[in-house]
Design a protein around this ligand. Structure first.
Ligand code: FES
Ligand SMILES: [Fe+2]
Length: 447
């Protein structure tokens, strides 16, 4: 009888474990804003209204930004997404094509993302039932025979890549000169989706990606082991070594090229010595290495550089050090920053590789929606979930800094911080003459 009970409990636990490891998908959603709240820290009240913002760069860079994940928009569905100071009506036609239109109907201004209906390949406005095609032209008006040619709404360039729906934003309405590329393993479904997270973060968009070039924060912020305090680092700590940040090729004009070539070389040399470990695997200058499936394909920078100046990369190695003697969870992390709001992290572990996709979209001038999705081979699901849990917790440590910091335009840096300057120069390519400043963007939000 007793044995029967034990077997029953063990079988249930095993089933639960298998479910958690293979079928459960993370959905870690947190609003990390600190709006208008008074926080009591050690008896002192600190209001978020006292936060200084600093001299900010423009708030909406030019590039591709994720509005929705593919799974969030079914066929025949429309959603209103406000981001980048715009209101978008994102809809998927009956045939499955995604279109992005300005949400406001040119007739009398109804928001077509709120209550609009998809009719075949068109979006129907909820107010007087005008229908609009994906290219923005009005297709039909139910109470008139002649549809005027000027009946048209702005259509935004969009693409659906790696199960993400991107929109192209450019302050001068320039055409896109690059686009996020699909990953065979992700788009074919060979690697399975293992979970996602989503955070609302009160910071400038540039702060999020600056993390990749801020090599010194790795041991300070991400060194203490999860669930342990900094005081017991002898017991367990994360070690981040061989960290390198570098732009692919940032500028086009001669002078800027020279400057950045210099910075490039400098950035390539920027490896931090963290936790006493020394750098062992230098990345050869001028080569971009793709580690997928263990095939190291090198592409010469002066071939891809100009074309891929919107990319930057970061490499590092991670391990969990126990009792300063044993190392676990060794992995190599190759980060590719693709434009101002999209990042691909390839994690090579001893059991296999996995991808984390990060998206950063400005919802308001100083409010970012940040998401991560993780994809891995099916058999790696339990390990992928463990790594993703770590990623969620580590990312919250970054958020804790970002939600209180100000933007330091002229930071006091030491030599070892120089990748930060290279990063800022690289990121400045995403701003143009009419990129909205904080003042402009907040003025437009007043209703
Ligand atoms: S406001 Fe859209 S049809 Fe009239
Ligand atoms: Fe970080």
């Amino acid at each position: 009888m007793m044995l029967g009970w034990c077997i029953g409990i063990a079988a249930t636990l095993l089933a639960l474990l298998i479910y958690l490891a293979y079928f459960f998908k993370f959905n870690w959603v947190k609003d990390m804003r600190n709006e208008g709240k008074m926080q009591k820290i050690d008896g002192v009240y600190v209001g978020s209204k006292s936060r200084k913002i600093g001299k900010l760069p423009p708030v909406y860079p030019n590039g591709w930004f994720v509005l929705l994940e593919s799974s969030q928009l079914k066929r025949g569905q429309v959603k209103h997404v406000s981001a980048l100071g715009e209101n978008f009506a994102v809809f998927r036609t009956e045939r499955g094509v995604v279109n992005v239109l300005d949400a406001y109907c040119p007739h009398l201004g109804a928001n077509m993302g709120e209550g609009g209906r998809v009719r075949g390949e068109c979006l129907e406005c909820p107010f007087h039932s005008w229908t609009f095609r994906g290219d923005g032209f009005c297709d039909s008006i139910p109470y008139t025979e002649k549809v005027p040619h000027i009946a048209r709404v702005k259509s935004w360039k969009c693409c659906e890549v790696n199960h993400l729906i991107f929109v192209w934003y450019h302050a001068e309405s320039a055409e896109p000169d690059w686009q996020p590329q699909p990953h065979t393993y992700i788009s074919s479904g060979a690697w399975r989706f293992q979970g996602r997270n989503e955070f609302l973060v009160s910071c400038h968009i540039q702060d999020v990606a600056e993390n990749g070039a801020d090599l010194a924060h790795l041991s300070a912020v991400h060194g203490p082991a999860m669930f342990f305090s900094d005081n017991v680092s002898w017991l367990a700590r994360h070690s981040w070594t061989n960290a390198v940040w570098r732009p692919y090729c940032p500028y086009s004009s001669e002078t800027e090229d020279e400057t950045m070539n210099k910075t490039n070389t400098e950035a390539t040399e920027v490896r931090v010595k963290l936790n006493g470990a020394s750098s062992v695997e230098p990345i050869s200058n001028g080569h971009v290495v793709d580690h997928v499936e263990g095939h190291a394909t090198a592409t010469t920078e002066n071939v891809v550089g100009r074309r891929e100046k919107y990319k930057a990369s970061m490499q590092m190695r991670h391990s969990l050090v126990l009792l300063e003697r044993f190392t676990l969870l060794g992995m190599r992390v190759s980060v590719e920053q693709i434009g101002p709001g999209y990042v691909e992290l390839l994690i090579d572990t001893s059991f296999g590789s996995m991808y984390i996709l990060q998206t950063v979209t400005p919802i308001e001038p100083l409010l970012q929606r940040v998401t991560h999705q993780i994809f891995s081979p099916a058999l790696l699901a339990p390990y992928a979930k463990l790594i993703f849990l770590g990623e969620c917790l580590m990312f919250e440590r970054d958020i804790a800094i970002w939600t209180h910091k100000k933007f330091e335009r002229q930071p006091t840096l030491v030599r070892e911080d120089r990748a930060i300057l290279a990063y800022r120069r690289w990121y400045s390519q995403f701003y143009s003459a009419h990129s909205p400043t904080y003042q402009m963007a907040t003025k437009n939000l007043l209703w």
